[in-house]
Design a protein around this ligand. Sequence first.
Ligand code: ITT
Length: 197
Amino acid sequence: MKKLVLATNNQHKASEIGEFLSSSKLRILSLQDFPELRMPEEDCSTFTGNAIKKAETVSAYTGLPAMADDSGLEVDFLGGRPGVRSARYAGEGSSDKENNELLLKELKGIPPEKRGARFKCVIAIVIPGTAAKTVEGQCRGRIAEAPKGDGGFGYDPLFIYKPSGLTFAQITTIEKSKVSHRGIALRKACNLLSKIL
Ligand code: ITT
């Protein structure tokens, strides 16, 4: 059975990706299978650069095919921030709650029609001995005025998916994957994996 290492320390991402790949014929390994591996600093200015960096590090260390996801939220009113800094928006090691609070503070008093945003996800796949390949997905929505829902992670409680009027934290993982940035990128990644692995 062919192996693929998921190059992420984010358990929520790993479970969204794992659910997606559960019907594939791949044996999925995680970073927990390689406890000595140290992930690189995510210092690139683009999602693509960071995703490739993570996948290349894991593939080089393990000698196996690796897949990484770099993703984040781009808010129109903030000129695309927090973007690649989404995980560290409120400072190094900040929690989802702190990041969401800062976002609400920065958008205080901004009316609904100016609270547009998009989630973006780039997935990089590296097969040893070959150049990295990337696919991406985007999903547009609007930032709520207060968090809603208990599901999901990160900015999900503040991200209203317009067609449903619900936040990503108010829907199931399966429903989210049908329309989300990660779901879109994962469908392309599965297609690519079936050709190159
Ligand atoms: P890895 O690098 O180990 O994969 P990470 O959480 O640091 O984990 P990123 O650097 O890609 O991952 O940062 C992504 C951040 O963007 C994440 O921590 C959330 O704050 C936000 N984010 C990305 N996808 C999201 C989603 O589907 N729902 C909510 N927030 C999301």
